[in-house]
Each structure stands twice: as C-alpha cells, then as structure tokens.
Design a protein around this ligand. Structure first.
Ligand code: 7TS
Length: 424
C-alpha cells in the first residue's frame, strides 16, 4: 500500500472530438446508476441540482482516508506532506481546468454559494459605497442575488437586474444601459440553472470592461457542460461547485485575478490564513491561503481533483456534444406532448428541460415521475425572479448529464404522459 497520492495532472491530451463517448462504459463508472427506485431502473435527471459520482472520485476519497490522510500545510511528517501534496495537486488541476494563470488564483470554498459570498463580503464590501450599483441579471440563482443584496443594503447601494426576453435570454441592450459609472460589479450566471440558457459571456465581459466594470461569473451550471477559459474570457472572478461536476459536495472553487485578490481583505480569520499573529498585529498569508482559513475540506478537494481528471479524460467537447444530442431529442419529444410548454427556449442552451403541463402541478408531476424511477426537480429552482418573469410558480426540470441516454428521455416522456392521464 502506497502512502503517495495520485499527483498526475488533469488530462491534458484530450481525446478527439470525432470519437463518440461509449455511454455504457461511462455508466458503469457510476455505481449508483445501477440501482432501482420503486422497482424501476433509476433515471437520474436532476443533475443541475447535483450530479452522481464516478468510482474515480469515490476511490480518491477512500484512498486518502485509508492510506495517507492527515491535516494539510502543517506537519513535516510523511502523511501530512502526502495530504498537502494531494491537496495542492488538486489546486493545480482546478487551475488547468479553468486555464487560470496561476494556482495562486484558485481558492477552495464550500461551493459556488460560498465563493460568491466571499467576493461580495470582501471585494463588494470594500468597493461598494452609498449610491453605487451592483448589476445582476434576471436569470440568477438566489445565491447570485442575495449576497449582493446584503452588501447593497449595508452600504445604501442599489441592486439592479438586466431583464430577460421570452426565450430566457438576457436583453443585451438593456444590460448595457444598466452598466453605468455607478456600477461596481456585474455578477452574472454563465449558464442559467432554471432554463439552461448559455449567456454570451465573452461579449458581456467586453461590454462591462469597456465601462470599467469588473465581472464575476457564476459557473455552477457551466463548468460541467461548457469549456471555460478564464484568461480568454477575461472575467475577474469565476465560481463553480464540485458536486455538480461529478465531484463531492461541500467543495467548490473561486478563481480570482491575482491583482484583485491581493488587494481584497480576507474573508474569515483563523489558522492557515496568517503569516504571524500577535495581539497587536496579524500579517496575512500570501495567496491563495489568505482566503482559506481553518482546516479545509481535504477529502473534498482531493475528490474534486479526481472529478476534474475524470471529466478531462472524456473531454468537455465530447460531453457537450453528447448532451446536445439529448437536448435536441428531448426538446422534440416534449414538444409533442399536448399541453406541455417548455420554459426557456434560448438559442444557446445546455441540456436543461424546464416545463409546465396544463392541468398538472409540477409537484404531482415530480411524484408520478418518481414512481417511474425518474428523478427530476420541481419547484422554483432557487430562481424565483425567473419563475415570476414567466408567470409560473414552479416548473418541472429535467437536467441531463454525460451518463444520460435517449432511452431515458423516452422513459421521461412516458412518465409525463402518465401524469397527464392521471391529472389533466
Ligand atoms: N449558481 C447556480 C447557477 C446554481 O445553479 C446553483 C445551484 C448555485 C449557484 C449554488 O450552488 P451551490 O453548490 O453553492 O449550492 N443550483 C441548484 C439547482 O439548480 N438545483 O439545486 C441547486
């Protein structure tokens, strides 16, 4: 048994996009996919809430705990050094995954929510003054609204939102009008969780930067589906969660430009984020440790590194191509169901199918589907302004991942038909 973690980098040589994914092999990587629910094979279509975990991730955590677990950045003993190496190797994997310029720009957080709260509480609170504005869009998840609202309330600033059109796309002219000399930051979803809309973020960042406005991208729904290059995009901050990209829950990443992170005050005080402490004065640690107070989620970080390796081994281009095929088939099949309306029909979408069916409450739909073994999310998806925009209290949302199949879409559609027969 070796005490050395797997420090090999996230796959850099990507398989050719010409080669289709062997979905049966992919599915065999996910032990949970072979279970049944109510006597039916599980059809897991709730990936936007959280995705399932491949053996590589489960195994990475098991091997950490069984073979080399200790606290990180502390000991000179063998186990602590091995844990630290694995922890920092995962940081490098996250750096390569986002194509960040340096591992100093990668901060581990609990997830997207904590990453956004970190930026709001440090960058936001130090920059936003009375009369200033923070700009978001009408597509945001609550976790990219509420932290900004809190800062605005505290500072006497105003939270503004760029509206969306009937397809669920941001109206760019309206967004441009709201980028003013008062705007201190634009915080925007890269991909919408409720509708699947992929925002034209490169263009929007250019618009914002031309007006001197920094941009935070909420990549929670983008990272598992779309290739991200923070340097090419030029975004100032980028956040994503491990648990939506086949990694563990309780771990996420905040990318920030080093120049901004350097000048930001720390988020939390504690161990590991200091260089020296006396009762008179504390000197903060260098990046990224300044923002990682206390013992971190070591197993989560190691598991996330394994998840990023797993995704890299397949290639996000091939994942996106497979999921796009499912989106097309799913859209076509759902449109054939009488009384069904798809909410979110943007030209550029990831494989999210949000819908309402006349006469069937989304919660009843969710329950009927569960009895068919189909897991979907029903409700407002923590995006109440989106629901309000479309005049619905809730939708049923099927959100797809790399392991989903065309046959599973057929099972979904049959379940929807059953619900219609029962309720509509
Ligand atoms: N931002 C977006 C766009 C999200 O979709 C989510 C979670 C978050 C932020 C928060 O991520 P967390 O990992 O910190 O919780 N979205 C969802 C969803 O759509 N259903 O359940 C959680």
């Amino acid at each position: 048994m070796s005490a050395s973690p797997d420090l090999r980098p996230a796959t850099e040589v990507r398989p050719s996009s010409a080669v289709a994914i062997d979905i049966s092999a992919v599915r065999r990587d996910f032990p949970i996919l072979s279970r049944q629910v109510h006597g039916r094979p599980l059809v897991y279509l709730d990936n936007a809430a959280s995705s399932q975990k491949p053996r590589a991730v489960i195994e990475a955590e098991r091997s950490l705990y069984e073979e080399y677990y200790a606290n990180v950045h502390r000991g000179v003993h063998t186990l602590s050094m091995a844990s630290t190496d694995a922890y920092e190797a995962a940081r490098s994997k996250a750096q390569r995954f986002l194509n960040a310029g340096s591992p100093r720009e990668i901060i581990f957080t609990r997830g997207t929510t904590e990453a956004i709260n970190l930026v709001a509480a440090t960058f936001g609170r130090s920059r936003v003054r009375a009369g200033d504005e923070v700009l978001v869009s009408g597509l945001e998840h609550h976790s990219n609204i509420v932290p900004w609202q809190m800062v605005c309330e505290e500072k006497g600033a105003r939270l503004r939102a760029a509206p969306i059109n009937d397809d669920g796309e941001i109206v760019l002219d309206e967004l441009a009008k709201r980028l003013t000399t008062r705007t201190r930051i634009l915080a925007l979803a890269h991909v919408s969780n409720a509708l699947g809309t992929v925002n034209p973020v490169a263009q929007i960042i250019e618009m914002a930067h031309a007006r001197g406005v920094p941009v935070l991208l909420d990549g929670a729904q983008a990272a598992p589906h779309v290739e991200v290059d923070v340097q090419a995009l030029g975004c100032d901050f980028y956040a994503f969660s491990g648990h939506k990209i086949y990694g563990p829950s309780g771990i996420g990443v905040l990318y920030g430009k080093a120049s901004l992170l350097e000048e930001m005050p720390p988020y939390q005080g504690g161990g590991d984020m200091i260089l020296s402490v006396s009762f008179e004065k504390t000197t903060y640690n260098e990046l990224p440790y300044k923002f990682e107070a206390g013992t971190p989620n070591i197993a989560g970080v190691v598991g996330l590194g394994a998840a990023l390796d797993w995704v890299g081994g397949i290639g996000l281009d091939r994942i996106a191509a497979h999921e796009h095929g499912l989106l097309e088939q799913g859209t076509r099949r759902l449109q054939e169901v009488p009384g069904l309306k798809i909410i979110g029909t943007a030209r550029d979408k990831v494989a999210v199918l949000s819908f309402v069916v006349e006469g069937v409450h989304p919660h009843d739909m969710g329950t009927v589907l569960d009895y068919e073994g189909v897991a979907v999310r029903t409700g407002h998806h923590c995006a109440q302004p989106v629901m309000e925009r479309f005049g619905v209290p809730a939708t049923t949302r099927a959100s797809l991942a790399v392991y989903n199949t065309k046959e599973e879409i057929d099972v979904l559609v049959e379940g929807i038909q059953k619900a219609r027969e029962m309720f509509a």
